[in-house]
Design a protein around this ligand. Structure first.
Ligand SMILES: N[C@@H](CCC(=O)NCCCC(=O)O)C(=O)O
Length: 246
């Protein structure tokens, strides 16, 4: 049986039953599996990461998380609303992102992963989007998980970009479960999509040798039910398969 392309999935530090743990929620792993990929969890050690491990991978997924990138990384003090961090995850993602781009490794960022992309490229974040004049409240709606991950706003897809090349419509509906968002766009990133209030919600890396796309919403939630989410995972999986044949 042909080995599936190996995709590294960055973990989050958590306490589980009183024990320090590294965690990835099922929906990220299941989405990669359902699109023919083999997920491999990447622990986030406090002493960082040996980026040489990327030579054994065919792709890298930066997942969402309820924690936030530490604001000192974009020159700011924590806002009162910014109460949860994961410094070990930050250290690992800030090392892996440039290393993956340099190696031409397919790279896909989701929610926090999207925000990590932007900070890794020198950009900054709104720490509480709902407090910014002119921007919507992008936090998840009340209700069960089905309600929280249901599509809630339009996404306008920028013409002529990577996302437009994956998906044949100029607009789609996406879910929204985030308090933070892009303030200053990172150097070398291209805007690929925006929310109705203008907030950037999808970016790509200009000149990247492979798939290098990050989105603020959660395409791993039932991707087969949402054509845009499906197009993203199909595109990422194809890039990982191509990388595996190199
Ligand atoms: N903490 C950041 C990023 C939000 C985020 O990644 N949410 C994920 C929720 C859990 C999951 O589905 O993985 C912010 O608030 O902007």
């Amino acid at each position: 049986m042909e080995l599936r392309p190996l995709v590294g999935v960055i973990a989050c530090r958590r306490q589980v039953e009183g024990h320090p743990a590294h965690m990835v929620t099922d929906k990220y792993l299941r989405a990669l599996h359902d699109y023919g990929l083999a997920p491999v969890m990447l622990p986030v050690w406090e002493d960082g990461v040996d980026t040489a491990l990327l030579t054994k991978l065919d792709g890298l997924l930066l997942t969402g998380s309820y924690t936030n990138v530490e604001p000192w990384r974009y020159g700011e003090e924590p806002a009162p609303q910014n109460t949860r961090d994961d410094r070990d995850r930050d250290a690992v993602s800030m090392a892996l992102i440039p290393a993956a781009i340099e190696r031409g490794l397919p790279l896909f960022g989701v929610c926090r992963g999207f925000q990590e992309f932007n900070v890794a490229f020198g950009g900054s974040l709104h720490q509480a989007v709902q407090t910014v004049s002119g921007l919507l409240d992008h936090r998840e709606p009340e209700g069960d998980k089905a309600a929280q991950y249901a599509p809630v706003h339009d996404l306008a897809i920028e013409p002529g970009g990577v996302l437009a090349g994956l998906f044949d419509r100029s607009c789609a509906q996406v879910n929204s479960l985030h308090q933070q968002g892009i303030a200053r766009l990172g150097d070398g990133l291209r805007v690929e999509g925006r929310a109705p209030d203008g907030l950037v919600e999808a970016v790509s890396v200009e000149g990247a040798a492979s798939f290098a796309l990050a989105v603020q919403w959660h395409p791993e939630w039932q991707p087969a039910e949402h054509p845009l989410y499906d197009a993203l995972f199909r595109g990422f999986a194809e890039a990982c398969r191509h990388h595996a044949t190199r």
